[in-house]
Design a protein. Structure first.
Length: 370
């Protein structure tokens, strides 16, 4: 694919500003000059903002399908839904399930192949089974297991070495040894844990510099017991996921967290499940029944079970809650791309990167995905 985006587009820059400029695209790559473009078709972006495609590193599913279904065609439907809603890079996310099921699930990632109609799979987010049963959230306790580097490597091999993130409770037996062994192989994300500040800080010192859905499934931030949240704040290398659907975290806390962590370290995620994009009803997540009503998804006991909102809508909500537009965009593009090591390919509209381009209105209504 080759085209120009005309000079009328207000293009998001790597410094967070917007600038009227041309973008040139050849073979779905952003190139430096018009001379490099074979097809001189011009896409007029007059009156529109031009954003990088969004990067969702934590999503279980959407539109009636779940990655854990181990269904290649279902995964493609998820990817189509995501791209149509502005998410162009995607990490399907697993749940805590039996070992043989996980192997089958992870192997499906190799069946997608080249699929331009959907978001590009950038890796797998392995959320579980190395969790703290006391903070299991929507995961099934019976399938939780101790951290096991060899089991992680076995699953990673089934996926073709596509695992980019693995969630770990640092307070469970064997967690520190797991970090020591694999922190150079995968991004270790601390979460689903009752860990105190000291334990979480030790895990970060050993090489775990990411947090799974900050605030959810962990000890709260208290002035004498800051827990994982306080440890993450103190570790300047640590990036933190947030589900900003307006249900998981109060808007005041979202604003405060952007101030506490700054625009470089927050990674917006959807944590979406199969009810996303669907009508109110009953769905499945990790083998458990989930009821979704008005975008709130809960288990039978009332536990919030993932979200029913896509990442683009989460980004818009963050802006509605009072976070500056540039910080919201960074947290849904640059930051997640950096968190899994793909910022050299996606996450900004720079020469040499993938031409994952969104045309949006000033109030961030999505008009076109290129």
């Amino acid at each position: 694919m080759a085209y120009n985006i005309g000079k009328n587009g207000n293009v998001f820059q790597e410094d967070g500003s917007f600038q009227i400029q041309d973008l040139y695209v050849e073979n779905h790559k952003i190139v430096a000059t018009e001379a490099e473009v074979t097809d001189k078709t011009v896409i007029d972006a007059k009156g529109l903002k031009v954003l990088p495609g969004l990067v969702d590193v934590h999503s279980h599913g959407a539109f009636g399908h779940d990655f854990s279904d181990a269904d290649p065609e279902g995964l493609k439907i998820i990817l189509q839904y995501e791209k149509s809603h502005g998410v162009t890079s995607y990490c399907p996310t697993s749940m805590t399930l039996p070992a043989e099921e996980l192997k089958e699930i992870f192997a499906t990632i190799k069946t997608v192949g080249d699929f331009p109609e959907g978001a590009t799979v950038r890796g797998i987010n392995m959320e579980g089974p190395f969790l703290d049963p006391k903070k299991k959230g929507a995961h099934v306790e019976g399938y939780i297991r101790k951290p096991d580097a060899e089991f992680f490597r076995e699953l990673n091999a089934y996926s073709g070495n596509m695992v980019k993130l693995v969630t770990l409770a640092p307070n469970v037996e064997g967690a520190m040894e797991f970090i020591d062994e694999v922190h150079n192989e995968v991004c270790i994300s601390l979460g689903h844990t009752g860990a105190d500040y000291e334990t979480a800080s030790e895990a970060m010192r050993r090489g775990a510099h990411h947090v799974t859905h900050l605030y959810n499934a962990m000890q709260p931030l208290a002035h004498r017991a800051p827990g994982l949240i306080g440890a993450a704040s103190d570790d300047e290398q640590c990036m933190v996921e947030m589900i900003c659907d307006g249900i998981h975290i109060h808007p005041s806390v979202i604003r405060g967290t952007f101030r506490m962590f700054g625009p470089e370290r927050i990674v917006l995620i959807s944590d979406s499940m199969m009810a996303t994009g669907m009508e109110n009803g009953t769905y499945q997540l990790g083998g458990q029944e989930v009821t979704m009503k008005d975008c709130k998804a809960t288990l039978k006991d009332g536990t919030i079970a993932g979200s029913a909102t896509n990442l683009y809508d989460c980004m818009r909500k963050v802006v509605f809650f009072g976070v500056p537009v540039e910080e919201a965009v960074f947290s849904a593009t640059r930051n997640p791309a950096k968190s899994i090591g793909i910022y050299d390919e996606v996450g900004s509209l720079s020469v040499g990167k993938e031409a994952d381009i969104l045309l949006v209105t000033d109030d961030l209504e999505l008009k076109k995905v290129l």
